[in-house]
Ligand binder design. Sequence first.
Ligand SMILES: Nc1ncnc2c1ncn2[C@@H]1O[C@H](COP(=O)(O)OP(=O)(O)OP(=O)(O)O)[C@@H](O)[C@H]1O
Ligand SMILES: [Mg+2]
Ligand SMILES: [Zn+2]
Length: 337
Amino acid sequence: MSNDVYRKIKREYEIKRQNEIEKAKLKIQQVYSKNPRLEEIEKEINMLALKITRNILNSDEITRQVEEENMKNKIEKLEKKYDIELSKIGLSREDLNPKYECSLCNDTGVVKNGDIIETCKCFKQALLNESYKQSNINKLDEENFDTFDIGFYSSKKDKEKYGIDKSPLENIECIKNIAMNFVNNIDLPEQKNLLFVGNTGLGKTFLANCIAKKVLEMGKTVVYQTAPVLMDKVIEYKFSYDKDIYEKEQYNKIFYVDLLIIDDLGTETMSNNKFTELFNIINTRLLNNKKILISTNLTLNELYQQYDERVMSRLIGNFTICKFVGDDIRLKKKKIN
Ligand SMILES: Nc1ncnc2c1ncn2[C@@H]1O[C@H](COP(=O)(O)OP(=O)(O)OP(=O)(O)O)[C@@H](O)[C@H]1O
Ligand SMILES: [Mg+2]
Ligand SMILES: [Zn+2]
């Protein structure tokens, strides 16, 4: 989990909670002005509560107990009165409490479990949602390992058509395994990065999304970007004069998120500046053991023609190449609908 995600959500929680507390205070003021008797009763209750604390210092044990009992009874009676007064204007004490979104943590983000303080479920979910948002992917609900359908891949072997000995089905099962191992070993330096190659509509982006979702669920950070947008952004950043903090953050993320997904490599218009930047991104990430997933329509030969030796040697040496084969799933889906 990146610190800025955590800080952002923490801050949002504080604001949310404070807002509700303020609203509740305002409501109480309004109610008291409608029925001043309520405020008087509350004051009396507070006075008694204070007396109880002072009474603890009373040296005589028996007197102390009697007094305490006495005052507690009084408080109870006053509270009943308070409730009656409130009900006269159609309210209950509940209505005066701050309205927190989460009843488990009252929007503090933490819950007590015995002696241990734990992060509340709602806070974990909020962190995850924010990471999803920042990852740039909006299809995680539709495209994930649970919805991954191997039925779209033919079980027929056809070397001439697909160019490999295996059937597309066997092939995708193999790639899916590689993908799951990649997720599980994402922190290991010896785990290679992934290069998805293959024609259009074979599920490269889909599988990249499956991986992204899992990695996000592990509490890690992911950025997804298509190569054209990524390269344009990088170049724009490099050549702009006044960079604000947000822009700097976005730029740095490209280098330091746990997983960077570059989709559709090869569809960007290339320039020398972009080559340098692409090399820089890949190289920095490799040096820092930050994983990369690249997907492309180009064949390895075409990649060699488009990218220089330095980029290619890194792609070949540090990436597991997954060749997607089969029939265009987009077309298959169209036929079904
Ligand atoms: N395993 C799968 N299960 C169900 N649907 C899938 C699967 N793989 C791909 N699809 C669907 O098929 C269509 C094409 O998949 P996807 O966009 O991942 O292909 P691609 O290989 O990235 O293509 P391109 O090279 O054009 O970007 C999408 O609508 C996607 O949701
Ligand atoms: Mg794609
Ligand atoms: Zn909560």
